[in-house]
Design a protein around this ligand. Structure first.
Ligand code: FAD
Length: 478
C-alpha cells in the first residue's frame, strides 16, 4: 500500500525529510500537491506565476527519480483524505507548516487520518529550529530578535546535515489521476505582466542550488559590507526559493558555514548572513505564537490608529509615481521583477505607513500579490516592524527620510537609474531630490517635473510632523 507525501512549501527532493522517510519505507510513493485557493495565505498573483514553474520543475525532478507528481485542486485536507481512500494508502507524510491556520488544519487532518487507521508522520523541512524549540529563560516565546538570535545561534540547527535526495522512488502500479498543471491557469495572460520574470528567475530546486552557488562564489564575500546597497549585487536572492521550499535553511546554513571554514568567505559576512536567515526564523516564531500577526497590530496602542484613506496616494505608491525616486525605483522593481531589495522594501513601506499614513495591512496585501517571495511570516512581521506596531519593531517616531536613505544607500543613483529611466541622466547629487535641482540641471537631464517625472506627492518634512502628531494622539488615547 502506498505512502502519500503531501508537499506544500517544500518543493524539493534533497533535504526533504517527509519524502526521504517515504522512500525508506520501500512502499510505492505518491507525491501530492494540492492547489487550494481557499486556504489561508493562498498565493497572490506573482506567487502563482512562481508556483507554476516550481511545480513544473518538481514534477520533472520527481519523474527522474521514478515518481509521478499528483496534482489536485480543492481544499487540501479533503483532497488528502479522498486520495488516501482512493489509493488505499497506508500512510500520509508531510513536512510541517507554522502559520496557525495551517497548523490547525494539519492537526485536524492528522486526527482524522489516524482515526481511519492510517499512519501519519510529520517532519521539519522549513526551519533550523521549530517555533516551540527556542524558548526564553522562562520557557515562553521570544518577542525580541536579538535574544532570539543568540538562543538560536547557541542551539544551532536541529539536524546535523541535510538529507540527500532519494535516489529512486517506487511509483504505485496504478498511478492516480493528476490534473494538468496548465489547466490551473496560474500564469498571467492578457496582459502577461510576468513576461520578463523568466529572464530573471530560475524557479525550481536546480535553480535554487544555482542561486546558492552564485552567491557563495561572489556576493557572499561582500555581504556584511554591502547587503544594504540596492545598487550592488550583494545579497543571495534566495528568498523566493526559500519561500517555496526549493531549498531549505539547513542546506543554506551548512553551505555558508563550509565556505567560511574553508576561508573562502569572511567570517563577518558569513555570520551576518546567518543572522539574516535567523530573521526568517524569528518571523515564523512570531507568527506561530501570535496567530493574528497578519491582521492586527501586536502593540495594542495601534489598534485605533487614524490611518488615512488616500486612494490617489495609494495608487501613486503602487505605481512608483510618488516623486521620491528611491521609493519609486523600489515599487517599480517590485512590479517589473516580483522582488525588491530589503533596504528599499523598508524605505517604500515606511513611506506608505508614515508619510502617507496608509494602513500597513494595505501595503502588506499589495506586497502579497506582487512578490514572488511572498511569505506569510516574513511579510506580516516585516510590515509590523516597519509600521512600529510589531513585537520587536522600529520605534514609530524613527521615520525614514527617503532622500537621505537614497543618498546613503544608492550614492551614485545607479539603482534609481535602473528602474526610473526618466531620471537616467540626472547627476548623483540631484537624483534623489530632483525638485531641488537647479533648472539648468533638470534641463540638461531632460527632466520636466510634473511631466516626464512626478513632482513629490507630499512634503516629507510636513508628512513627518503629521505622522508624529497622529502617533502622539493615539498613544495618549490608548
Ligand atoms: P539575503 O540578504 O540574501 O538573506 C538571505 C535570506 O534570509 C533571505 O532569502 C530571507 O529568507 C532571509 N531574510 C533576509 N532578510 C530578512 C528579513 N529582514 N526578514 C526576514 N527574513 C529575511 N521576505 C520574504 O521572504 N518574504 C516576504 O514576503 C517579505 N516581505 C517583506 C516586507 C517588508 C515590508 C520588508 C521590509 C521585508 C520583507 N521581507 C520578506 C524580508 C526581506 O526583504 C527579504 O527576505 C530579502 O530582501 C530577500 O532577499 P535575499 O534573498 O537576497 O536576502
Amino acid at each position: 500500500r502506498p505512502v502519500i507525501v503531501w508537499l506544500r512549501r517544500d518543493l524539493r527532493l534533497a533535504d526533504n525529510p517527509a519524502l526521504h522517510a517515504a522512500a525508506r519505507t520501500g512502499a510505492p510513493v505518491i507525491p501530492l500537491y494540492v492547489f487550494d485557493e481557499a486556504e489561508a495565505f493562498a498565493p497572490g498573483a506573482a506567487a502563482k506565476w512562481r508556483l507554476h514553474y516550481s511545480l513544473d520543475a518538481l514534477s520533472a525532478a520527481l519523474r527522474r527519480a521514478g515518481a509521478r507528481l499528483t496534482l489536485r485542486r480543492g481544499r487540501g485536507p479533503a483532497i488528502v483524505r479522498a486520495l488516501a481512500a482512493e489509493t488505499e494508502a497506508a500512510a500520509v507524510f508531510w513536512n510541517r507548516r507554522y502559520a496557525p491556520a495551517h497548523v490547525e488544519a494539519d492537526k485536524t487532518l492528522k486526527t482524522d487520518l489516524v482515526r481511519a487507521g492510517l499512519e501519519v508522520r510529520t517532519f521539519n523541512a522549513g526551519l533550523l529550529r521549530e517555533p516551540w524549540e527556542i524558548k526564553t529563560k522562562n520557557g515562553g516565546p521570544f518577542r525580541v530578535y536579538t535574544p532570539f538570535w543568540k538562543a538560536l545561534r547557541a542551539a544551532g540547527p536541529a539536524r546535523a546535515e541535510p538529507l540527500p535526495a532519494p535516489k529512486a522512488l517506487r511509483p504505485p502500479a496504478d498511478p492516480p489521476h493528476s490534473d494538468d498543471l496548465d489547466d490551473w491557469r496560474l500564469l498571467p495572460r492578457d496582459p502577461d505582466w510576468a513576461a520578463r520574470f523568466a529572464d530573471i528567475w530560475r524557479p525550481g530546486e536546480a535553480g535554487a542550488q544555482a542561486a546558492l552557488a552564485r552567491f557563495l562564489d561572489g556576493p557572499a564575500g561582500r555581504y556584511a559590507a554591502e547587503r544594504d546597497r540596492p545598487d550592488r549585487d550583494a545579497t543571495s536572492r534566495l528568498s523566493h526559493h526559500l519561500a517555496f521550499g526549493e531549498i531549505g535553511p539547513l542546506q543554506v546554513w551548512r553551505a555558508i558555514e563550509a565556505r567560511a571554514a574553508a576561508g573562502d568567505v569572511k567570517a563577518a559576512s558569513a555570520e551576518k548572513f546567518l543572522s539574516e536567515l535567523a530573521w526568517r526564523e524569528f518571523s515564523c516564531h512570531l507568527l506561530f505564537h501570535n496567530p493574528a500577526l497578519s491582521e492586527a497590530p501586536l502593540r495594542k496602542e495601534f489598534v485605533g490608529f487614524p490611518w488615512r484613506d488616500d486612494p490617489a496616494g495609494f495608487k501613486a505608491w503602487r505605481r512608483g509615481r510618488t516623486g521620491y525616486p528611491i521609493v519609486d525605483a523600489g515599487m517599480r522593481e517590485l512590479w517589473r521583477t516580483g522582488w525588491m531589495h530589503n533596504r528599499v522594501r523598508m524605505i517604500a513601506a515606511s513611506f506608505l505607513v508614515k508619510d502617507l499614513l496608509i494602513d500597513w495591512r494595505r501595503g502588506a496585501a499589495w506586497f502579497w500579490d506582487t512578490l514572488i517571495d511572498a511569505d506569510p511570516a516574513n511579510n506580516s512581521a516585516s510590515w509590523q516592524w516597519v509600521a512600529g506596531c510589531g513585537a520587536d519593531a522600529a520605534p514609530y517616531f524613527r521615520i525614514f527620510n527617503p532622500v537621505a536613505q537614497g543618498e546613503k544607500f544608492d550614492p551614485q543613483g545607479d539603482y534609481v537609474r535602473r528602474f526610473v529611466p526618466e531620471l537616467a541622466k540626472m547627476p548623483p547629487e540631484h537624483i534623489h531630490a530632483p525638485w531641488r535641482a537647479p533648472p539648468d540641471v533638470l534641463d540638461k537631464a531632460g527632466v520636466v517635473l510634473g511631466k516626464s517625472y512626478p513632482e513629490p506627492i507630499l512634503d516629507h518634512a510636513a508628512a513627518r510632523k503629521r505622522a508624529l502628531a497622529a502617533y502622539e494622539r493615539t498613544r495618549r488615547d490608548a
